[in-house]
Structure formats: structure tokens, C-alpha cells
Design a protein around this ligand. Sequence first.
Ligand SMILES: [Zn+2]
Length: 209
Amino acid sequence: METKQAPPVFLTDAEKTRLMCEAIAEAEQGVSEGEAPIGCVIALTGENGTATIVARGHNRGNALKRKNAHAEIIAFENGGSDDSGREPTLPMDAEKVILVSTLEPCVMCLGAAMESGVTYVLFGMDAPADNGTKRVKPPESPESSNPYIEGGILAQECRELFEKWLHGKEGTEQAKFVEQLLALTHEHGADKTDGGSNEPSQQRAADND
Ligand SMILES: [Zn+2]
């Protein structure tokens, strides 16, 4: 299987940070609505290492009473049309689509990204127990793609979303996922001292394992 060695599109570090800050803002919006602190934005590649955000989403599992209402799925839904005939902000023929998530996508969301033609996945914090980026094999069918994956963008800030969320919920049923996540990951101290470096903690294509 072919392994992609370089990102399919160029994004400046400042732009990666900006996109992740927007995803973090989505996660915070979710928390204010009583949801888990995971946010996502979908962007289209622009000029000179920039990108334009076309859709946003945060977890809505509690609101929709749907376990699969993950931030990424909601963002794809928000970027598409609906029964009203609304123009999609993420056109079906869009190229060089970028998915930015505060947490490493799960198998479902990474699969959705592949089906949606996403070429570049940026995420913040690792999710070692779910590990969507290792568990999903790349597709070989037409119109689906194997995205280049880069983690560790503002990882500490993304982790702090969970630390804050957990406060007061320790030991509860709903806290189990977050408690395991925090136990399996470590603090990225460097991210704090240099004002938010986004040195990627991992950089690989999905089939690079
Ligand atoms: Zn997911």
C-alpha cells in the first residue's frame, strides 16, 4: 500500500494553530450545551498555506440522544444540504478538504472523512484506546481517499478541555471515557511554555502502520 510522505496541501503552522483554536472553540460550545468537550472544523485549502472553514461541529450525543453524534459527523452534516434544499457549504466535488478535530478521530469519523474525500486530517490529542487512525485501513474504491494524518496540534489545550470537563464528574459512569483518556495520555508541557507550539507528535498516513 502506498504511503504518503508529505501533507497533500501546505498549511502554515499559524494556520494549523488557528484552525485548531476554532475546533477548540467548538468543543467549548459543546461543553456549554452539556456535551463532551470535542470540537471539529472542516476547511477547504486556500492560498499561501491558508484554509477557509466551511463547516463546524461539536459533540451532540446528549442533545440528539445518539451515541454516534460525534463532532466530526455533526460537522459533515452541517456542511451538507438538507431537506430544505440549502446550498451545501462543503460541496460534494470539493477537493483538498481538511478535517480538524480536537481529539484523534474514532474509526467511524475517520471512515466518514475517507468517504467524504478528506485529504488531510489534523487532530489535537491522541486517543490511544480508540486509535481510529491505526484501526482503519485505507479504501481502494473510487472517490474515497486515504487522508494524510497529523496529530499533536495544540494537544495540551485539547487535553485541558477534558480535564476541565471531568472536574466534579470523577467516578461517574459518563466520566469513564475521559478518565481512561487522561490516564493513557500525558501532558504536553512544551506546548505551554513556548506559547502553543504545534510540533506534531505524530505524522503519518493512515496506512503507515
Ligand atoms: Zn468519532
